[in-house]
Design a protein around this ligand. Structure first.
Ligand SMILES: [Zn+2]
Length: 86
């Protein structure tokens, strides 16, 4: 969880992730394997910027099959990954 270590000094919520330019959160449906990239600014407007990740995850629903069994993974652009690994 090296990526998350960068957030240790700040609470991890939608605002933190949206502020971190270049970060992307991907959502995977456990039922139909549909994958999409989350619209963090849009979610922050909808759920509030202080919404913690576990609450955001519970609010997600697959856009294809409607399942709420959604997993998320946090990743960055190659530039972000490189900066974190230096
Ligand atoms: Zn699905």
């Amino acid at each position: 969880m090296r990526v998350l270590m960068a957030f240790m000094h700040r609470p991890i919520n939608l605002e933190t992730l949206a502020d971190f330019d270049g970060f992307q959160v991907h959502a995977f449906c456990d039922e139909c394997r549909h994958c999409s990239t989350l619209d963090l600014p849009g979610l922050a407007r909808r759920l509030g910027g202080d919404c913690p990740l576990d609450r955001m995850k519970r609010a997600l629903r697959c856009g294809v099959c409607g399942s709420r069994k959604v997993s998320i993974s946090i990743g960055g652009s190659p530039a972000v990954q490189q900066a974190l690994n230096e």
